[in-house]
Design a protein around this ligand. Sequence first.
Ligand code: DON
Length: 558
Amino acid sequence: MPRFIVSIFVLLCLISCSQSFVEKKPHQAAIATAHPLATQAGFNILEQGGNAFDAAVAITAALAVVEPAGSGLGGGGFWLLHRASDQKQIMIDGRETAPSAAHRDMYLDQHGQHNKKASLDGPLAAGIPGVPAALDHISQHYGHLTLKQALSPAIAYAKQGFKVTPHYQKLVSFRLQALNNSPAAKRIFLQDGTPPQTDTLIKQADLALTLEKIAAKGATGFYQGTVAQLLVDGAGEAGGIWTLEDLANYQIKERNTVKTHYQDYQITSAALPSSGGIVLGTILNQLELFDLSDYDINQQRHLITETMRRAYFDRSRYLGDSDFITVPEHLTAKSYAKTLASTIDKIKATSNETLHTSTSKGEDTTHFSVLDQYGNRVSATLSINYPFGSAFVVPGTGVLLNDEMDDFSAQIGAANVYGLIGNEANAIAANKRPLSSMTPTFIENEDHLMIIGTPGGSRIITMVLLAILDFIEGKNAQEIVSSPRFHHQYLPNEVQLESTGFSEQEKMAFRHFGHSIKVLDRQYGNMQIIIYDKRTRQLDAASDPRGEGLATIQNIKR
Ligand code: DON
């Protein structure tokens, strides 16, 4: 056969082989968020001709208005993007940064003890927000519509108001004292200093103006000019340390995602400064060494707990903002997982002490998942940390500030609000990003894809892990979000179980393996997932029954 015919044959084969990996478009779109109005904002934007990235901008801004306890313009987050046209996958890091005047011991009292209130309540607890910059960045670099179009549903919600729900009341009650300390927060979120009645409309006129500034000027509308001046003055008057330069210097980072291979699945997840991808990878790499199907449910849970223990131990020792520290590369290596897993006793819990010698209230934060009719995806987890963040609203801006500074280790070895301990790697430093557990994730093989994430502080990573295992087992979206959850984070040395979902016998089984268990007084998490069957083009989506969110699949009329 002439050589050029062979070459053409090889070329055609290459084209068709690579095409077999190109995913078929879903025809429909799916959105799962923690609030029905945010889901609606996303579809509104898709129907105007926007893509998943425009929808993500609209949802992020809408959640900032209608779910103020979880995220907002005064907070940060991670947006995992997958662009169908070129298969580009990237993480947009809009995590808060420590102000330039921040320093290692800033939350220690005169006795050298961590003053926990100082890193949780009021503007001193707040990092420089990343959400406004991320809205502009995602819109400019990935969207089709203008930022103004994408922000318009959120602006309307801020002006018209959203209705108080039982969930809102619960979270407001949890942060009542701190909210009462901020006159602007009290005026917006409370009624005479108490939780408002259900169905009361919460209107946010100042926030609408701030959003309009961003819509008109992009990120500059927030980080410079009158809004920036108000933020610096307002935070400063209440004990904050922000400067105009801190705001003007805030930078979004595009980071490579963390990829893990488990059986025939590829898991794409968050990179540092989130510990999510690395910890998830360390756990899955260990689990791959056991064929879980060989074990009964209780044995599986024991093995999973042991892999969690080891991965969270490493989290506490090694992880922090990779722009500031060098993180060992071996943590996600398969060979390292072998070393870790070799110390797992299949019938007995390992004591934390032997790990040393051998080798985390309240639902806040928020997650949303989007898959558009073109195959573009977004998995985004956003936070202002504790419910209602620092509970401080900067007068004249409507911006509720985060308390993400508590995610740093304020003192080596001292636990933060989620019980996580940290090391030098996560010590406070000027302009550094605090270590996060937010784990927006895609998992897929040739046939199936899941877009997943959840809030839940230190338990985020283990929730995503359990959901991944359920997905691989073939469970559907509703089953996955409804599954009972358990968690181990090395310290405290206990398996935490949700209040419901575990029988007495199952609890006994944990004890039988030598684990201490702590049955929590509540359930946790607010998972939002989308599943796509690449063969049949069927979509499935679900919003966690523990929350008040909405997952919808829709044809896009255009
Ligand atoms: O970034 C983190 O890991 C935390 N600030 C997330 C907080 C959170 O999920 C609270 N939700 N219950």
